[in-house]
Design a protein around this ligand. Structure first.
Ligand SMILES: Cc1ncc(COP(=O)(O)O)c(C=O)c1O
Length: 430
C-alpha cells in the first residue's frame, strides 16, 4: 500500500512535475509554477512541451546540445554503441579513442579520465590538485559556478558583508567549505595575484572559468594567472565545461593561448549525452594512478558510468562534426550576428543594455555601463532581466530565466534569431 497521496493520472504533466519534483524542476529554472514547461521532445533548434507548444530553444540543454537536438549522426553512433553493451565500467575501445582525440585537441591533455558530468570533472581536478600538492585550500572567482559540489557553489551567490578573499558559502549546503576556499575578483589580476602570493604555501589550486559566466578575460588576465600560479607551484585549473570544444576545437586554452595544468570538460563534449572528463599534465594526473595507493599523493577516482561506450560514441561523433573545417568560424559568425541583432533590437526599443558573450553564446545585461567584472554585472537591472526572460518564455522562446547565457547551436539559423528578436519586442512592449 502506498503511503504517498497519488496525483490523479488525468492531471497535467505540469501538475505531476510539481507534485513529484521540488519546484517542479530538476534545479534548472525557478520558474513560476504556471510557466513550468515539461519537455516532450526536441529537434534541431526547437523543443516541444507536453502541451504541444513549440519553442525556439536558446538554452540547448545549457549548452550541451551544441550540434542541435537529436542530431542523426550522434544518435546513430550512440545507438550502435548501446547495442554492443551500454556500460562495462571499464576501459573500452570507444573510451580509448575519445581519450586520444582529447590528447590531440586539448593543449593540456597529456592524460585523460572520464566521469559523468561537469560537476565531477571540476571536483576531480581539485582533488587531484590537493593530492599532487599536499595543500588544502583552493582559490576561485566570485560569481563562478563549477558544478554542484560545495566548492563549485561556494562564492557563487553574492553575500554580504563582502570581504575578499573570504568565501560566502551561501547555497553550498556545507557552510564549513568556507574554511578552505578563497575568493578573488575575476579580471582583477593585481588583487588576485596578491591573494595567491599571500596564501601560496596552503594553496593547491586556482580554478577559473576562462570565460567567466559570460565575461571575456581582460587582456593579460589569464596569462598573469598562469605566471603567478607557476611561480608558486599552484595547480592552474581551467573549468572548460562551457568553453570546451565550443570556442575552438581545443577550447579556451586554444582560443586564448594559455595552457593550464588541468582542465575539466562536460556539456558540448557529449553532444547532448551525459559525459564529463578531466585532463592535464601527466605528472599531476598520476595522482589518480591506483599503483600509488595508499600513498599520501593519491586521489581516489572511479566512476561507474564515466567513459561508458554510449556517451563516448556520442562524443566521438560530436567531435567529428565540430572538427569539420569551418565549423567554429560558423559558430562565431552566428554568435556575432545574434549579438548584433540583440543590440539593434534593444537600441530600437530605447532600452539601455549591454550584450555580453563570445562564440555562440550571448547574454542580455540591462545597464548602460560596460560589464567587465562581477561588480559591474551585479549593478545591472536583474529585475528587468528576469521579467524579460519570463516574457520571452511566454512568447515561445525556451531559455534559462535566471537571465544567464543564451546558447546557440549548429542547428540555429536566421529564422530562430528573427523569432528571438520578435519575441523580445513583444516582451518589452509597454
Ligand atoms: C562552468 C561550469 N562548470 C561546471 C558545470 C557543471 O556541469 P554539470 O551540470 O554537467 O555537472 C557547469 C554547469 O552549468 C558550468 O557552467
Amino acid at each position: 500500500m502506498s503511503i504517498r497521496p497519488s496525483v490523479p493520472s488525468q492531471s497535467s504533466w505540469r501538475e505531476r512535475a510539481l507534485a513529484a519534483l521540488p519546484a517542479g524542476s530538476n534545479g534548472e529554472f525557478g520558474l513560476p509554477p504556471e510557466l513550468v514547461p515539461v519537455i516532450e521532445r526536441g529537434a534541431g533548434p526547437l523543443v516541444w512541451d507536453t502541451e504541444g507548444r513549440e519553442f525556439a530553444d536558446f538554452t540547448m540543454a545549457w549548452g550541451a546540445a551544441l550540434p542541435g537536438h537529436a542530431r542523426p549522426e550522434i544518435i546513430v553512433a550512440a545507438m550502435k554503441a548501446a547495442t554492443d553493451g551500454a556500460n562495462f565500467a571499464a576501459v573500452n575501445r570507444r573510451a580509448v579513442q575519445l581519450a586520444e582525440r582529447l590528447q590531440q585537441l586539448c593543449p593540456c591533455a597529456e592524460r585523460v579520465r572520464f566521469v559523468a558530468s561537469g560537476t565531477e570533472a571540476t571536483m576531480l581536478c581539485l582533488r587531484v590538485a590537493h593530492a599532487a600538492t599536499g595543500r588544502r585550500k583552493v582559490l576561485r572567482f566570485e560569481g563562478a559556478y563549477h558544478g554542484q559540489h560545495p566548492v563549485g557553489v561556494a562564492g557563487m551567490i553574492h553575500g554580504q558583508p563582502r570581504n575578499l578573499p573570504h568565501c560566502d558559502p551561501s547555497g553550498a549546503g556545507a557552510p564549513w567549505v568556507e574554511n578552505d576556499v578563497l575568493v578573488a575578483p575575476y579580471n582583477h589580476l593585481e588583487q588576485t595575484a596578491a591573494i595567491i602570493t599571500a596564501h601560496a604555501s596552503e594553496l593547491a589550486a586556482v580554478i577559473v572559468e576562462p570565460f567567466h559566466r559570460c565575461l571575456s578575460p581582460a587582456p593579460g588576465f589569464l596569462q598573469g594567472l598562469r605566471e603567478v600560479t607557476r611561480k608558486h607551484g599552484v595547480v592552474l585549473v581551467f573549468d572548460e565545461v562551457v568553453t570546451g570544444f565550443r570556442f575552438a576545437p581545443g577550447g579556451a586554452q586554444q582560443y586564448y593561448g594559455v595552457t593550464p595544468d588541468l582542465a575539466a570538460y562536460g556539456k558540448a563534449l557529449g553532444g547532448g549525452f551525459p559525459i564529463g572528463a578531466y585532463a592535464g599534465r601527466a605528472d599531476i594526473m598520476d595522482a589518480v594512478n591506483e599503483h600509488r595507493l595508499p600513498g599520501p599523493g593519491y586521489a581516489w577516482s572511479a566512476s561507474t558510468t564515466g567513459g561508458n561506450p554510449v556517451s563516448c560514441a556520442a562524443a566521438l561523433a560530436t567531435l567529428d562534426l565540430l572538427c569539420q573545417p569551418g565549423t567554429h568560424d560558423h559558430l562565431h559568425a552566428l554568435g556575432r550576428r545574434f549579438r548584433q541583432r540583440l543590440t539593434d533590437t534593444l537600441a530600437e526599443l530605447h532600452i539601455p543594455a549591454q550584450i555580453l558573450g563570445d562564440g555562440p553564446i550571448a547574454q542580455l545585461a540591462f545597464t548602460s555601463k560596460p560589464v567587465t567584472d562581477h561588480d559591474s554585472y551585479l549593478a545591472t537591472d536583474r529585475v528587468l532581466g528576469r521579467a524579460v526572460m519570463l516574457g520571452l518564455i511566454r512568447n515561445g522562446i525556451f531559455l534559462n530565466p535566471m537571465g544567464t547565457k543564451l546558447y546557440l547551436s549548429l542547428a540555429h539559423t536566421e529564422a530562430q534569431l528573427d523569432r528571438f528578436c520578435d519575441a523580445l519586442r513583444v516582451s518589452l512592449k509597454p
